[in-house]
Design a protein around this ligand. Structure first.
Ligand SMILES: [Zn+2]
Ligand SMILES: [Zn+2]
Length: 235
C-alpha cells in the first residue's frame, strides 16, 4: 500500500493500457497506449455499419487491429494528427495489414514521407507510405454515422490537426492533459500553437473530452473546461 501511495504522490499512476470511452449510441472509441513513447493511438468506429478508423497507429499494430476486430470494427482510414515519426511509425504495417487509406493535413504530407533515415533507425520505424488523402481545416472524415471534423491546429507542426466529434476532441501533440506540445522542432511556433489552441480548441463546449496524443499527464484524458482553468500554459 505504501508503494501505491508513493506512486500517487509522485503522479506516476498510469491508466489501464486500453481504455473504453464510448459515447452513448453508435460510436465505438478505444484509447490504446502503444510503443515506448507513451503515444495514445485511438480506434474510432460506428457500431452499426462496423466501419472505423485509427488515429496515430504509432506501434503495436497487431494489438490495435486485434482490438478493432474483437469489437467488429473494420479499419478503413489511418489518420495522422501530424507527421512526426513517433505518430506515423506504424503506418506502413497498418496499411499493409488492413488496406486502410492514410489521411494527413496537406501541410504535413511532405513530412510524412521524408523522415530522415537516421531518425527512422533511431525509432526502429519504417518510412510511411504517402498520404492517400490530404485534408484542410473544416473537412469531415466519416465512418458510418460518426463524423470527425478536421480542426487545423498548427504550431507543433505546420500541418497539425485536431479532430472533433460531438463530445470528444483528439488533440495530437497540440494540447496535452495540463500541458501543451513542444514548438522547438522544425516548423514549430509557440505563437501559432497558442493561437490554434485558443481559437480552435478552447472555443469547444467545456465538457468536451480531450484525447491527447501522449500519456504525459496525471490522467489519460481531460476536458476543455479543465484545461481552460488548470493548464498552466494557457493562463
Ligand atoms: Zn509531435
Ligand atoms: Zn508525439
Amino acid at each position: 500500500m505504501g508503494f501505491i501511495c508513493f506512486r500517487e504522490i509522485q503522479g506516476l499512476i498510469r491508466p489501464p493500457r486500453t481504455t473504453g470511452l464510448d459515447r452513448e449510441g453508435d460510436m465505438f472509441l478505444r484509447q490504446l497506449q502503444v510503443g515506448s513513447m507513451a503515444v495514445f493511438a485511438y480506434i474510432v468506429g460506428d457500431r452499426e455499419s462496423r466501419s472505423g478508423l485509427v488515429i496515430d497507429p504509432a506501434a503495436e499494430t497487431d494489438r490495435i487491429i486485434a482490438e478493432a476486430e474483437k469489437n467488429g470494427i473494420e479499419i478503413q482510414y489511418i489518420i495522422n494528427t501530424h507527421g512526426h515519426v513517433d505518430h506515423i511509425s506504424g503506418n506502413a504495417d497498418m496499411k499493409r495489414k488492413t488496406g486502410a487509406k492514410i489521411i494527413v493535413h496537406e501541410a504535413d504530407a511532405e513530412m510524412l514521407v521524408s523522415t530522415p533515415a537516421m531518425i527512422l533507425s533511431m525509432f526502429r520505424a519504417k518510412s510511411s507510405p504517402a498520404a492517400d488523402i490530404t485534408v484542410q481545416d473544416g473537412d469531415m472524415i466519416r465512418v458510418g454515422s460518426v463524423n470527425l471534423t478536421v480542426l487545423h491546429t498548427p504550431g507543433h507542426t505546420p500541418g497539425g490537426i485536431s479532430l472533433y466529434t460531438d463530445g470528444y476532441v483528439f488533440t495530437g501533440d497540440t494540447l496535452f492533459v495540463e500541458s501543451v506540445g513542444r514548438t522547438d522542432l522544425p516548423g514549430g511556433s509557440w505563437q501559432v500553437m497558442l493561437r490554434s489552441i485558443r481559437k480552435q480548441l478552447l472555443t469547444l463546449p467545456e465538457d468536451t473530452v480531450v484525447l491527447p496524443g501522449h500519456n504525459y499527464g496525471r490522467k489519460p484524458t481531460s476536458t476543455i473546461g479543465h484545461e481552460k482553468r488548470h493548464n498552466p500554459f494557457l493562463r
